[in-house]
Design a protein around this ligand. Structure first.
Ligand code: SME
Length: 165
């Protein structure tokens, strides 16, 4: 129905510009957060090469009334459902509110191996009014797959999505 397949020769800034334009078009008129996260996870999967996982974790509550990341829409293998704040790469992004660019996940203290194929990872927080409401997580089987250009493109995506998810 939608054909957003990018040209594989695109440089990263242009790839993320096109990805974000497509994400904007798909989410701007839709109020349902799950539908929007599902379509954006699918777009990332289509646009960004060399991934084995791409999707969302949302800030949710745990049984003790504290905060915890809860699995949202994604593409890839079934993943850990709940991640405590501060644990692993996603938990670090949720705790600090800062993007985590990890060249070698095996060297990251507390990394959670949902898929043993993952070798590098980027996690970008989605911030609303100074608080983390979700994170966008991309994993790759290639070490050092992600650079600052990926982080920049995904941070722009996160800013655009903040009131749509
Ligand atoms: N590796 C992540 C967990 C989520 S999965 O990669 C989908 C982490 O350490 O937070």
């Amino acid at each position: 129905m939608f054909d957003f397949k990018p040209n594989e020769a695109l440089g990263k800034p242009e790839l993320y510009r096109q990805l974000n334009e497509a994400a904007d078009a798909l989410t701007s008129a839709e109020p349902d957060a799950v539908a929007n996260m599902a379509n954006v996870a699918a777009l990332i999967w289509e646009f960004v090469p060399e991934l084995n996982w791409a999707g969302f974790y949302r800030m949710g509550g745990n049984a003790s009334g504290g905060d915890e990341l809860v699995l949202g829409p994604f593409n890839g293998r079934p993943a850990c459902i709940r991640i405590p704040i501060g644990v692993g790469v996603c938990g670090a992004a949720a705790k600090t509110g800062e993007t985590q660019l990890v060249e070698d996940v095996h060297a990251f203290p507390g990394h959670i191996a949902c898929d043993t194929a993952s070798r590098s990872e980027v996690v970008v927080p989605v911030m609303r009014d100074g608080k983390v409401i979700a994170v966008i997580d991309l994993d790759s089987p290639r070490p050092a797959r992600f650079t600052q250009e990926d982080a920049d493109g995904l941070e722009a995506l996160a800013r655009m999505l903040v009131d749509r998810i």
